[in-house]
Design a binder for this molecule. Structure first.
Ligand code: 3PG
Ligand code: MG
Length: 397
């Protein structure tokens, strides 16, 4: 990465404004954090700054409050969890800018940690407002971006703020860019991409780009239906984006031009409804009944995919193989997660829900890397730059 990081500048005694992505999932009823991986992922940066004696001022968004104060989206719950993990107090403010925040920061000593409240309580944040960015910049001497997962957003705390402070990358951001960059630049071959999820439209850019790198591409999930349809198979009531048929055809042609082995499901689980009571059966993809819909990949497909992936030295996985939220449609996804966890290959897990599955199954530490980004990871892998990374200082050469 050609960007400066926290290790490249003097941070001791400095007020460091650190943009993190603490957009963690919360339990709807209790408001408790259901997965704190994104908090834990920033520990290397936070600990480094504490050890160096910086005054650590963390800031983040949580959810999409759209410019209004939403009580259940306050960051106090995150401060509490971070404090437990760090074993030291984490102060929290009631706003992200303004005189009260400035007063709280004046009291900070080197090694102290403070978390500002939700940046998105101000609509100016998402407008990339220079006024809001300057109000944030006033709080600090240096700016650190460790929010890889938000770096695809041109928001004030991600992009604009970097105009007003010396701005460097945090250690998580550096690791994400290096690791994801390595599968684009120099993956060990054979390289397999395992892709799923509901919609192909979300992932076209990534698919296009990754087709220039992989040796095989395995497609499951809701997205498989449009590829099957493009091959003139009937897909019953499976939802497809009809206006994307040409996209699917184009991707298949590109795969064949590039000599990429494209594996589609040969059998699928079909169901007569989308709930736990639905009746299910396994059918060959050549015989999908008109009144049923695809909800998971079938056992023969699991075998085929496993065999292909076992040959790979690098595997990138993004997107579930079926509607994994419903337990009886989750087997294909779980089988893939277990398989990847057991392989010696470099296994990179990208994207929000895929990461969630692996974490929920307690297999995250069996993977080489689990990206903290959702949209940011897809954008990065589509070969585009991330505005939040671009905004940082270049390494001196
Ligand atoms: C994410 O969860 O993908 C990031 O935190 C960005 O959130 P957003 O999609 O609401 O901008
Ligand atoms: Mg998102």
């Amino acid at each position: 990465m050609n960007k400066m990081t926290v290790r490249d500048i003097e941070v001791a005694g400095k007020r460091a404004l650190v943009r993190v992505d603490f957009n963690v999932p919360l339990d709807e009823k209790t408001g408790k954090i259901t997965d704190d991986s994104r908090i834990r992922a920033t520990l290397p940066t936070i600990k480094y700054l504490i050890e160096q004696g910086a005054k650590v001022i963390l800031c983040s968004h949580l959810g999409r409050p759209k410019g209004k104060i939403v009580e259940k989206l306050r960051l106090a719950v995150v401060a509490q969890r971070l404090s437990q993990i760090l074993g030291q107090p984490v102060m929290v403010t009631k706003d992200s800018i303004g005189p009260d925040v400035e007063k709280a920061i004046e009291k900070l000593q080197g090694g102290d940690v403070l978390l500002l409240d939700n940046l998105r309580f101000h609509s100016a944040e998402e407008r990339d407002s220079p006024v809001f960015a300057r109000a944030l910049a006033r709080l600090a001497d240096i700016y650190v971006n460790d929010a890889f997962g938000t770096s695809h957003r041109s928001h004030a705390s991600i992009v604009r703020v970097a105009e007003y402070l010396p701005s460097v990358a945090g250690l998580l951001l550096e690791k994400e860019v290096k690791t994801l960059g390595s599968i684009l630049e120099n993956p060990a071959h054979p390289f397999g991409g395992l892709l799923g999820g509901a919609k192909v439209s979300d992932k076209v850019g990534m698919l296009e780009n990754i087709l220039n790198r992989v040796d095989s591409l395995l497609i499951g999930g809701g997205m498989a239906a449009i590829f099957l349809k493009a091959k003139s198979y009937e897909v019953g009531l499976s939802l497809i984006e009809a206006d994307r048929l040409d996209t699917a055809v184009g991707l298949m042609e590109k795969a064949s031009r590039n000599g990429v082995r494209l594996l589609l499901p040969v059998d699928v689980i079909v169901a007569d409804g989308l709930d736990a009571e639905a009746k299910v059966k396994v059918v060959s993809t050549e015989n999908i009944p008109p009144r049923l819909r695809i909800v998971d990949i079938g056992p023969q497909t699991i075998k085929n995919f496993s065999e292909e992936l076992r040959k790979c030295k690098t595997i990138f996985w993004n997107g579930p193989m079926g509607i994994y939220e419903i337990p009886q449609f989750a087997e294909g996804t779980k089988a893939m997660a277990r398989l990847l966890a057991g392989l010696d290959a470099t296994t990179i897990i990208g994207g929000g829900s895929t990461a969630e599955i692996v974490i929920e199954m307690k297999l995250a530490d069996k993977m080489t890397f689990v990206s903290t980004g959702g949209g940011a990871t897809l954008r990065f892998l589509s070969g585009k730059t991330l505005p939040g990374v671009e905004a940082l200082l270049n390494k001196e050469t």
